[in-house]
Design a binder for this molecule. Sequence first.
Ligand code: THU
Length: 121
Amino acid sequence: MKDQELIALADKARAMAYAPYSNYRVGAALLTGSGKVYTGVNVENASYGLAICAERTAAVKAVSAGEREFVAIAVVTDNGGSPCGACRQVLAEFGPKLRIILADSAGKSREYSMSELLPDS
Ligand code: THU
């Protein structure tokens, strides 16, 4: 799967983000070792601290479907924002060699390795 396809899937998923409190909508598309893609969005709550990020939504969907190897993840936001520390830790569990592709809503993207985002894990 091409990076642009993964970004497009993340962007499409982003439409389902539930972010009425922050208005910061996030979509993720996670490619696993089996070749399947699992999408995720951020899901907020009236109790603000309970918000779940798009990356962890995708990760738990994949693992609960039996996946154990994360290959690449595309994350789309308005400004190309980077995953939070909690998501980095969860992604590293199943993707020590994960490629992380961050894109903004204009289509501009950049890539990091897991070890760049979470060194010495
Ligand atoms: N959020 C994500 O879903 N992923 C990130 O990488 C950063 C933050 C969500 C959490 C919350 O719903 C909103 O974005 C604002 O922080």
